[in-house]
Design a binder for this molecule. Structure first.
Ligand code: 8YV
Length: 328
């Protein structure tokens, strides 16, 4: 008798090639249309599935996990960050959590550079002028931004993405500085010519650009709080492609409005799509709708990783991208 196929619920639309492969392998419930599942729908999915495939828009808290069915054994997250899942509660209930690290590193690092360039070189302003048909020709003093080369970049979080940002920034002639829970291997520091700062306060007070590349965890929540934001140079630019919660968004908005901070390039926000409206009014701020990893290649590779995690689990082994609470 053939083994029972795993019942898998996917909460959002994924690339067609990924969905097709899932249909071949699992008894899969795909999402159509692609709207966000409410809390009740998510709980219902967790009651009927062996495996749930959520993504960043699905909050999965302890209360919901308590209502999960006996058969739910794996949450195979479609994405690297798992701060929307209570991983410790899942673990206590014997539910494994896996993610998709590695495949969105380069795309996210590209977007970090794009935001940095957009703010420093005032790209949105030029674009808006062209689109409005307002450009009247070149002028020596128009659209003056700041040179990227020679600037000091402080990377907060020197994991895979932080290092990929550092590589790119070096090619742009920037000086690399970083703060991390642990100092990275000497060979990596040498390759990147990176200076380690044990004190975040001391680092941020000296940087021209700060890039947030650490995950959101209880210990990184509001790491850039009002006090730390006041340490920044008034010309400093902050770029965030990680999670909005790492910065106190209201304090950042106040600092930008008061010209105590030079500018910001933000792909992520503290309350998801509920952005502080004042941020939208600021000329030195570039906002993007969480599109750091949004390439079709990346999305397909994320799907392949999810499938590999589920398949490995189904075959009785530990999923390769298992998230363990202690590593967060
Ligand atoms: C993903 C991300 O697109 O992987 C992450 O942590 O932030 C994104 O770039 C998203 O999480 C998909 O769930």
């Amino acid at each position: 008798m053939p083994a029972r196929r795993l019942s898998v619920v996917v909460t959002r639309r994924l690339p067609e090639v990924v969905e097709t492969r899932m249909k071949e392998l699992f008894d899969v419930d795909l999402r159509d249309p692609d709207d966000r599942m409410g809390r009740d729908d998510l709980v219902a999915a967790m009651q009927r599935a062996d495996v749930l495939v959520p993504c960043v828009t699905d909050m999965i808290d302890a209360g919901m996990l308590a209502q999960a069915g006996q058969r739910l054994k794996l949450i195979a997250n479609y994405g690297a960050g798992v701060d929307h899942i209570d991983v410790a509660s899942a673990r206590q209930r014997g539910i494994l959590v896996s993610n998709t690290p590695g495949v969105l590193t380069e795309d996210t690092a590209d977007m970090t550079m794009a935001l940095m360039l957009a703010v420093l070189r005032r790209i949105p302003e030029g674009l808006a002028e062209m689109q409005a048909g307002e450009w009247r020709g070149w002028s020596p003093m128009a659209h003056l931004g700041h040179r990227v080369g020679g600037r000091r970049l402080g990377i907060l979080g020197m994991g895979r993405i932080g290092q990929a940002v550092a590589r790119r920034a070096r090619a742009f002639g920037m000086q690399i500085h970083y703060h991390n829970r642990r100092r990275v291997h000497a060979a990596i520091e040498q390759e990147l010519e990176a200076t380690y700062w044990e004190s975040l306060d001391q680092m941020i007070a000296r940087m021209d650009v700060i890039s947030i590349n650490c995950p959101h965890t209880p210990s990184t929540f509001h790491l850039l709080n009002a006090r730390r934001l006041r340490l920044l140079k008034p010309t400093a630019v902050i770029v965030n492609t990680s999670r909005g919660e790492v910065i106190d968004e209201n304090a950042l908005t106040r600092g930008l409005r008061a010209a105590e901070i030079g500018g910001a390039g933000l792909d992520v926000f503290e309350h998801g799509a509920e952005i502080n409206p004042r941020l939208r009014e600021l000329p030195n701020v570039v906002l993007l709708p969480h599109m750091g990893s949004a390439t079709i290649e990346g999305r397909v590779e994320m799907g392949e990783k999810v499938i590999l995690n589920i398949k490995t689990f189904a075959d009785g082994h530990r999923p390769p991208d298992l998230v363990v609470p202690g590593m967060l």
